[in-house]
Design a binder for this molecule. Structure first.
Ligand code: FAD
Length: 495
């Protein structure tokens, strides 16, 4: 006896969540585990989920993924942020970039200096002081060994699952093709014992990872864990998705364009563009949503738009008995800030850190559940921020967003920024101060007060400092190649 209680890991589902879990566990803990993944080609995967955030790069390096191999295999492009059109008012545009704003001090973040400059009648836009934001606006990109640029990717979800599958299988993951017909449980404890496939094959395990998407076959249909619905805050509940041919150079940002009952995304890849229209079915009929999407996309659609329905919310526990839910099975925040793939990666990382080798200890499970919940609530508040700060009143949907009751945590955060321009990133929170600041300013909050540190600067020094920052950034951006040119060179097949 070596004392290891949990060895056989069964992953149910082979979408992005299933294959990310398989790839990471086999790479990092493969020597200690016996991993099987069950998926059904007939059911297929959700096929969306193509915009990521920069944490993806750290996770890829954990898996030893070579960036160029990955980008070629998944037809990826680079992403420097998200452009939001028409969110606060129709005609508004702002960019939430992955970059750092100016130079902060320990006492006051950069935006306080900028607010002082604005009060004195200069300073321009806050985005003038962010390298990634200016590069995105100019459609430029470059990275290299000593590059500090902060970026993520747009990727093809189907190709990504295929890429991860090849790596996982090479690292010893066994793949079983077939539909799960039944989940067998221990009559006394309710622990899952095995998956029973339609073919009659039985797949036994110690730990089961539910990656069956919105079906949540194990965590919900079997263990009836419960779901907390957040639809009263995030009212969109459906999306039409369609791919189109590229009609121009790929830009290094996602676009999120608001419409009267939700918003529309545009994600440029190397070989095509991913498009979708997110909407609230209380405020827009399915056929109108589909027609609006088809009317507004650029380029020929490659198929008829597909309808995906969802409920924003969180599974009451993502770890219940010997089952851990990942991806869509664990909960879902609508895709506005492209956080789902990140949440899968962070959950897999946490699972590896607290892997239950010695059995299922309640304290371990509680801790895992608590961390997952805090993290999801932070993302939820950040996404709600985009809606509740709107000034639009041109439709019932936006009127509802303006007047809805907010989570207490968010009410406090908005008040703090409005009164004192204070923004913060709590521990275990994903979004940095600069993200909160970009979105709150982009959504037209005008702070009434700010830190007065900049008033201690001799006259002219603030103007000079901001001018130097701006010139440094625009000079660096001017020297960069276009994103399209860099991408083509970077992803060209090695001779
Ligand atoms: P799925 O892809 O649905 O996979 C489920 C798997 O379970 C499949 O392999 C299926 O065959 C299998 N399965 C189910 N039932 C059975 C059964 N009975 N037997 C055998 N196998 C079974 N995330 C981002 O990070 N960025 C984005 O831009 C983004 N955009 C999105 C847009 C929309 C409209 C939606 C709805 C989601 C978006 N997401 C995004 C989320 C992202 O798509 C998911 O987090 C990601 O794809 C993971 O999905 P999954 O693997 O959990 O589920």
């Amino acid at each position: 006896m070596d004392g290891q209680v949990v060895r056989k890991v069964v992953i149910a589902g082979g979408g992005t969540a299933g294959w990310l879990a398989a790839a990471a566990l086999s790479k990092q803990l493969g020597g200690l585990l016996d991993i099987t993944l069950v998926e059904s080609d007939e059911i297929g995967t959700i096929g969306v989920g193509e915009s990521t955030i920069p944490t993806v790069r750290a996770f890829h390096s954990l898996l030893g993924i070579d960036e160029q191999d990955f980008m070629r295999a998944t037809q990826s492009s680079f992403k420097l942020g998200i452009v939001f059109d028409d969110w606060s008012r129709v005609g508004d545009h702002y960019l939430h970039s992955f970059g750092v704003l100016g130079k902060s001090t320990w006492m006051a973040d950069f935006h306080h200096f900028w607010l002082q400059a604005r009060a004195e009648g200069f300073g321009g836009e806050i985005g003038d002081y962010c390298f990634e934001l200016q590069a995105a606006k100019a459609g430029k990109f470059a990275t290299g060994e000593n590059s500090q640029i902060n970026y993520a990717y747009h990727l093809d979800a189907t190709l990504y699952a295929r890429f991860l599958r090849a790596r996982s299988e090479a690292d010893g993951v066994k793949r079983v093709e077939g539909k799960i017909a039944r989940v067998a449980q221990d009559a006394e404890t309710g622990f899952i014992q095995s998956l029973v496939l339609e073919s009659g094959q039985i797949v036994p395990g110690d730990l089961f990872i539910d990656c069956t998407g919105f079906r949540a076959l194990l965590i919900e249909q079997t263990l009836q864990t419960g779901y907390e619905d957040w639809g009263h805050w995030l009212t969109t509940n459906g999306a039409y998705a369609v791919q189109t041919e590229s009609v121009g150079p790929a830009v290094p940002y996602t676009r999120a364009i608001a419409h009267q009952a939700g918003w529309r995304w545009r994600i440029p890849l190397q070989h095509r563009v991913g498009n979708g229209l997110v909407f609230s079915s209380d405020h827009m009929a399915d056929e109108d949503a589909k027609a609006l999407l088809l009317d507004q996309i650029e380029g020929e659609p490659l198929f008829d738009p597909r309808l995906i329905r969802y409920r924003t919310g969180a599974r009451r526990k993502v770890w219940n008995r010997n089952c851990i839910a990942l991806g869509l099975a664990s909960g879902f925040i609508e895709p506005l800030e492209s956080t789902s793939i990140h949440l899968i990666m962070i959950a897999v990382t946490r699972l590896m850190q607290s892997f239950p080798f010695n059995g299922f200890d309640e304290a371990l499970i509680d801790r895992y559940n608590q961390l997952s919940r805090t993290e999801l609530e932070g993302v939820r508040d950040f996404v709600i921020l985009h809606y509740c700060l709107t000034e639009r009143d041109d439709s019932a949907f936006w009127q509802r967003c303006r007047t809805m009751e907010l989570p207490e945590s968010l009410v406090r955060r908005i008040a703090l920024f409005r009164e004192n321009a204070q923004a913060y990133q709590a521990s275990d929170e994903l979004f940095r101060v600069d993200s909160w600041v970009q979105v709150m300013l982009g959504q037209r909050i005008e702070p009434r007060g700010y830190h007065h540190l900049a008033r201690l600067m001799p006259p002219g020094q603030l103007r000079q400092a901001l001018g130097d920052l701006k010139t440094g950034i625009s000079g660096a951006v001017a020297k960069m190649p276009s994103h399209q040119d860099f991408l083509q060179r970077y992803c060209a097949t090695a001779a």
